[in-house]
Design a protein around this ligand. Structure first.
Ligand code: BDR
Ligand code: CA
Length: 326
């Protein structure tokens, strides 16, 4: 068997709430990847609650993947959770039974460093604020060279944020961490929030098709997103279940689902409150111009270009999701 046929090794960093949980199911059910570790970070809910949710989801999949608890706070700011979106427990408040398994004793940041150093070429996907990854890079910058892809669910390259007009939640919660990661040598693929809207959200027919599978995973995927569906309607006026993290996971699993992407320098706003966490994309390639040299100096000299995904194969993404929930 050639390495082409072997499952690819991945690491998932997550602030496990309702859409993260569906993304975890997609990875844990996929024959294309082997999940070496799940590392948990504070974001949607506290890191303790997110860890409980990751453990619950892994058990639902019959998986014994190691799960590590990580940063409880952003690098320099107070944690702002999204319980208003995902429910107080992050899973729509349906009183799911606690998992039997406990998290591993090591810290998530140590687990990231160790797992990446032991698995050259590993693919990493981040589904939450970038605190754990920033801390891992600060402690062991050599991890960047061992990571072949770093798929980041985060950002709003079209500048339509979901927490502020300018910013998407994962980047907004810990912009300093996001900036560290975007300024690093990691090969980032940015899956922005705009990709999970409109036709990409699950409509009534999609939901009926999923529920008709009658599997515990299908039922859980819909039910744990009940609060998120209501919040999404209030936020955007759109009906349906919008699933940013599973879309990022679908692209990690099947890169061809990203139907157009381009390479750009990306800066993260950390100073202004108005645009905190904004992902500023140099779409026209003007940062080398004299007028931008000072502001963009660090990115140009230290960072590398980010692959920004602009469009998605929507039927392909929905088929990938359905497959995982069978
Ligand atoms: C992102 O923020 C969280 O609420 C979701 O889990 C997703 O990772 C979308 O902005
Ligand atoms: Ca998430």
């Amino acid at each position: 068997m050639t390495s082409k046929n072997l499952p690819r090794t991945i690491l998932i960093d997550t602030d496990t709430a309702s859409d993260d949980a569906v993304a975890l199911i997609m990875a844990l059910q996929s024959p294309l990847v082997s999940v070496a570790a799940i590392t948990v970070v504070a974001g949607n809910v506290s890191v303790e609650q997110a860890t409980r949710n990751a453990l619950y989801t892994a058990e639902l999949c019959g998986s014994s993947v190691p799960i590590y608890t990580g940063a409880a706070q952003p690098l320099v700011r107070e944690l702002q959770t999204a319980d208003w979106f995902h429910g107080v427990d992050g899973l729509g408040d349906h009183a799911y039974a606690p998992a039997i398994r406990r998290p591993e004793p090591e810290h998530a940041v140590d687990a990231i460093i160790q797992t990446v150093m032991q698995n050259p070429g590993i693919e990493v996907i981040t589904l939450g604020p970038l605190t754990n990854v920033a801390l891992a890079l600060a402690r062991e910058p050599r991890i960047a060279a061992n990571i072949s892809r770093c798929v980041v669910m985060g950002g709003a390259p079209c500048c339509e944020g979901n927490v502020t007009p300018a910013a998407e939640f994962n980047i907004w919660v810990d912009p300093e961490a996001a900036r560290t990661v975007f300024l690093s040598a990691l090969p980032i693929e940015m899956i922005g929030w705009q990709l999970c809207r409109h036709q990409a959200a699950l409509n009534a027919q999609d939901i009926a098709t999923i529920l008709a599978l009658k599997t515990p995973r299908a039922e859980f995927a819909v039910r744990c997103n009940s609060r998120a569906a209501e919040a999404y309607h209030i936020q955007t006026g759109e009906h349906g279940i919008s699933l940013p993290d599973p879309i990022a996971m679908a692209i990690l699993l099947h890169p061809e689902l990203s139907t157009s992407s381009t390479m750009h320098f990306v800066e993260i706003e950390t100073a202004s409150e108005l645009t905190r966490g904004m992902t500023v994309v140099d779409r026209l390639g003007v940062v080398a111009d004299l007028r931008n040299r000072n502001t963009w100096h660090e990115v140009q000299t230290r960072g590398r270009k980010t692959k920004v995904c602009w469009s998605l194969d929507i039927p392909g993404w929905k088929a990938a999701l359905l497959d995982a929930l069978r």
